[in-house]
Design a protein around this ligand. Structure first.
Ligand SMILES: [Zn+2]
Length: 221
């Protein structure tokens, strides 16, 4: 079965952890909740500084604060109409309302997006062909002047032709707020572990955020 989600960035190319290397977390001290795994960057297994990426790759970065402004109406990129169709906009709107708005993040549509400076629109969703047989990806478009693991503006690119779904858009949005795949979480988990919610890879079309991701978002923002 074809993967629902594959990305092009460095993190997406990481190999799945070898069987037998799973670590059991038996004792948790010092935290108010027992996370299934820590998949909010930086983790004990992934601490790369945020850096500006491109459609060829990037690193996982947090967004710069709890107020998340997003945009999805752009016209023309490289001669390609990369605006989302109405049905895709509805998917993103409903996904953000049902999965991320109930967290400590606040979600706002930015009808006058900002592309330069130090307070850019946080997440830009576009519909655009993704290289190879990947279907979605995310990268930081402006990592300065933010702190080490933080990005001022994140790009999310998902293919057209009905690829936009709750699960896929939830997955890429999770990366845009700093959530990683299971194989670089701590303890490491299989990339397709269902307890990773929509950050599992590949991800089904109707997979939701899940409690592990929600708890990390609330602990971070
Ligand atoms: Zn991913």
């Amino acid at each position: 079965m074809m993967a629902e989600h594959r990305g092009r960035s460095i993190r997406h190319r990481l190999r799945a952890l070898a069987a037998g290397a799973l670590v059991c977390m038996l004792v948790v001290t010092g935290v108010a909740w027992a996370a299934y795994t820590d998949n909010m960057v930086p983790t004990a297994n992934y601490s790369r500084a945020c850096a500006e990426g491109s459609a060829n790759g990037g690193v996982v970065c947090r967004t710069d604060n709890a107020a998340v402004y997003y945009y999805m109406d752009s016209g023309n990129l490289d001669g390609y109409d990369n605006a989302l169709e109405a049905v895709d906009k509805d998917i993103v709107r409903n996904m953000l309302a049902s999965q991320y708005a109930p967290t400590d993040l606040t979600i706002h549509y930015d009808s006058t997006p900002v592309w330069t400076g130090s307070a850019e629109t946080d997440i830009y969703y576009e519909e655009y062909p993704v290289p190879g047989d990947y279907i979605g990806m995310n990268w930081c478009n402006d990592s300065s002047p933010a702190p080490r693991h933080v990005c001022d503006q994140q790009y999310i690119r998902i293919e057209g032709g009905g690829t936009y779904s709750l699960g896929v858009s939830c997955h890429e949005t999770g990366h845009a707020v700093g959530l990683t795949h299971g194989d670089i979480a701590s303890p490491r988990r299989a990339r397709n572990d269902p307890q990773l919610g929509c950050l599992q890879d590949p991800v089904g079309r109707s997979v939701t955020l899940g409690s592990n991701n929600r708890e990390h978002i609330n602990a971070t923002y």
